[in-house]
Structure formats: structure tokens, C-alpha cells
Ligand binder design. Structure first.
Ligand code: FE2
Length: 418
């Protein structure tokens, strides 16, 4: 038995003690100083810091991380140039090389409090090298990390010859989620056909869907309506996700307003990648320059689920990124104009509960009596301070195991006025 004492819990007043036995949280009680029978009990003093459910990475490409240099730096910094650069170089990669990248990405994320990852894996490769690497890693880390793999056709179902067959093959091999990228297909009709195909495959293999959708400033890119319609009519509902939907910020308000109720009715989730899309979009704007992210506030007001995600760590699409999702919260609430005290205090939802909904892991997620002992301790006393300071994670506990620990920041003050 171990007690994590003096813990601040999200959206709760006072301090709590979290009692852990083996893999489970057996009790959450108001903090008390003394406990009987101390010999059999280990203690950890949380010292009033915030304890949260682990971060959920709802959208990353683990097979791309740290490939910015081998693939050469993008010249224009646009999404489509990056896809071309990637296409030229990926065939040289081996399973061992991709596994090494994946492990570097996993380390970056886990050391910053992530314990659940949904990763897109490029399957527009006749050898499916990255998928083979990812499936091996998934098995190797399963005791420490929950991983969901998306069969993602980076170069399209139809723009890449045989892309649709490769997605299906990836699902047979064990991918958990059907991906797509309709705005990259040659025509609107082929984009729509690819969305339909993704939902057909999801029904055939009983999988989730997560589609890169309308990642462009083109206000005419409206594949999100196809995803909503397919989710509604097939009944897949909240098992489907539209990632990016950047074009939504360029839609006219009459169309966007009409669609909000349809999105809610369809049940689809949305994933926004604030830093990545702020960088990739707006490239053709001059000034005024758009911010690149979707209508996060309006989607939330309509009752839709939205999570924030990293997307890239130093790859052809984005030169920075470090796996620390609280940066995405900080950027996301700024770019989305969501800065009221109430909105800031719920900022961590974007990388915790909202991400868990998208991954469909609600049943195993959260800090609750009888639940799995999986949580993180932030070096901050509250949600607002955690975001304001972009707090570090000082302890990450997964199913009762302490998997990452970091010394709290300590500053020596030598100034006479402090
Ligand atoms: Fe992506």
C-alpha cells in the first residue's frame, strides 16, 4: 500500500490522500496527517501540488519524429511541400530505424506525463515498414503505455496507387483505427469517396475512424460534412474523429452555424493541433493572417468534444515540438480566444478527459476509487498555475508503477530584494 498525501485534485477544493494498492486506487480521502499501522504503508508527500489523470496524446505521427534533417528542411513551409519531401525519402527507412524514432518520440511524451497515445502511421508504403515497426513497439511497451495505431495513408487512398488496399492490409495486420486525408486526393469526388471507404473499412473490421480533414485554408474544403454524415448514417457516431479541420475557420458563418448542430448530432470528435496548424496555415495570407486552428470555442459551445494534440516533433511538417502537451494547451487557448478564468481552469481538459473521449478509453481513464492507479503530479498548485507556468511533471504513475520522476524546480535566490 502507498499513500500519495496532500494532493490537490482537479476542480475540487481542499487536499486529498490517494491510497494505492498494487495497480488500483483503493481510496481517495480528505487529507489527514496520521495513519495507523504505518509500517506497512509507504508515503509520498505531494505537498499540495496538482494531481491529474495522465495526459492523452490524441494525434501524433510517431514514425515521423526527428526526421526533419534526413528529409531536408521544407523550403516553403507548407503542408503539401512537406508531404512531397517525405514521399521522396521514406522508402530508405528500415524497421530498426523507425523503431528508434518511435522510442525517441515515446520518451519525449511519456517524460512529460503522457500515458495514452493515438499515433498515425503512414501506410502508403508497399512494405508497410513503419507499421511493422510500430506494431513491434506497441507490444514491447504495453505494460507502460497505451497505444492506438491509425492506418494513415499519408499520400491518399487514391492519389497513391493502391492506397486503399494498403489501409485495409494495415487493418488486417492490427491497426486500431482507420485514417484518411481527403483534402489530398486529386478531386472533391475522390476525397468524398475516400471518406466513404474509410467508414466502410471501419464497419468491416470493427475499428474507430480518425481522418486528417480539411487541413488547409481553402474555405471550399468541406470534407468534415462528409465525415459527420457518414458517422451519423452508419451509426459510428463518437467512434469517429475529424482531425485538424483548419478550413472551418475560413468558412462563412452561415455555413459554419448550420454545421455546428450537425456535428453535435453526428457525435464526431475533433482534434486540433495548435502549434502545428498555426505554423502550417496562413502561408499564403500576407496580412491579415489567419491563425490556422479550427473553431474550437464554437465547437465546444455546440456540445462537441475537442482535444489538443502535438502532431509533430521536429519533422518535415514542423521544426519544433517536444511532446509536452501543456504547451499545446497554452497556445491553444490563446489562439482560440478561450481565456476566461473558467476556460483556463478547464484548459487541461483538452489533453486529458477530452482526449480520452476521442480515444474511446473513458472506461479505464480518470482518478477514481476502484480505478487504475494512473496519474501524474504537476509541479504547480492549481490548473491555472499549471498552465501559466507550463508546469513540469514531477511524477508519473501508471497502473501503480512509478514510471517517470523529475526533481521539482529549485531556484537559489541570491538577490537581496527577494
Ligand atoms: Fe497529423
Amino acid at each position: 500500500m502507498k499513500i500519495y498525501r496532500n494532493a490537490k485534485l482537479r476542480q475540487k477544493k481542499g487536499l486529498f490522500d490517494i491510497w494505492v494498492d498494487g495497480e488500483q486506487i483503493v481510496s481517495i480521502r480528505a487529507h489527514e496527517d496520521n495513519t495507523e499501522n504505518k509500517e506497512n504503508i509507504e508515503e509520498y508527500d505531494v505537498a499540495g501540488r496538482l494531481v491529474s489523470a495522465p495526459y492523452v496524446e490524441s494525434h501524433i505521427h510517431l514514425d515521423y519524429v526527428y526526421t526533419a534533417n534526413p528529409v531536408n528542411e521544407a523550403e516553403s513551409g507548407t503542408l503539401f511541400e512537406a508531404i512531397d519531401k517525405w514521399s521522396d525519402s521514406k522508402s530508405d527507412f528500415t524497421i530498426d530505424y523507425v523503431k528508434a524514432l518511435i522510442y525517441k518520440g515515446i520518451y519525449a511524451e511519456m517524460s512529460n506525463g503522457v500515458q495514452y497515445i493515438r499515433t498515425h502511421i503512414d501506410v502508403t508504403d508497399p512494405n508497410l515498414t513503419a507499421l511493422k515497426a510500430m506494431l513491434e513497439v506497441k507490444e514491447e511497451v504495453k505494460d507502460y503505455l497505451y497505444l492506438q495505431i491509425i492506418a494513415f495513408p499519408q499520400e491518399g487512398y487514391y492519389a497513391y496507387e493502391g492506397g486503399d488496399e494498403l489501409v485495409e492490409e494495415a487493418l488486417k495486420m492490427g491497426a486500431d483505427v482507420v485514417g484518411g486525408i481527403p483534402h489530398y486526393e486529386f478531386t472533391k469526388e475522390l476525397g468524398e469517396k475516400s471518406v466513404k471507404k474509410a467508414f466502410e473499412l471501419a464497419a468491416k473490421y470493427d475499428r474507430l475512424v480518425d481522418i486528417h480533414c480539411d487541413e488547409t485554408d481553402d474555405s471550399e474544403s468541406r470534407f468534415v460534412e462528409n465525415i459527420a454524415a457518414e458517422a451519423f448514417y452508419t451509426g459510428l457516431g463518437n467512434r469517429a474523429t475529424a482531425s485538424h479541420t483548419c478550413a472551418m475557420s475560413s468558412y462563412n458563418n452561415a455555413y459554419a452555424f448550420k454545421m455546428m448542430s450537425k456535428f453535435k448530432k453526428s457525435g464526431i470528435n475533433f482534434v486540433s493541433c495548435p502549434t502545428e496548424n498555426c505554423y502550417l496555415q496562413g502561408k499564403y495570407d500576407g496580412y491579415p493572417r489567419r491563425r490556422g486552428i479550427t473553431r474550437v470555442d464554437e465547437l465546444l459551445q455546440a456540445g462537441c468534444n475537442v482535444s489538443f494534440a502535438q502532431d509533430s516533433i521536429s519533422d518535415p511538417w514542423y521544426p519544433l515540438g517536444n511532446g509536452n502537451l501543456i504547451h499545446q494547451v497554452d497556445f491553444g487557448i490563446h489562439l482560440g480566444h478561450m481565456m476566461s478564468p473558467e476556460e483556463i481552469s478547464h484548459g487541461l481538459d483538452f489533453i486529458t478527459v477530452n482526449g480520452a473521449k476521442t480515444l474511446h478509453i473513458d472506461d479505464q481513464y480518470g482518478i477514481k476509487e476502484g480505478g487504475k492507479a494512473s496519474f501524474i503530479i504537476l509541479d504547480a498548485p492549481s490548473e491555472v498555475e499549471a498552465i501559466r507556468q507550463r508546469a513540469k511533471i514531477i511524477l508519473s504513475v501508471h497502473n501503480g508503477k512509478e514510471i517517470f520522476e523529475r526533481e521539482p524546480e529549485h531556484i537559489v535566490k541570491n538577490l537581496p530584494f527577494l
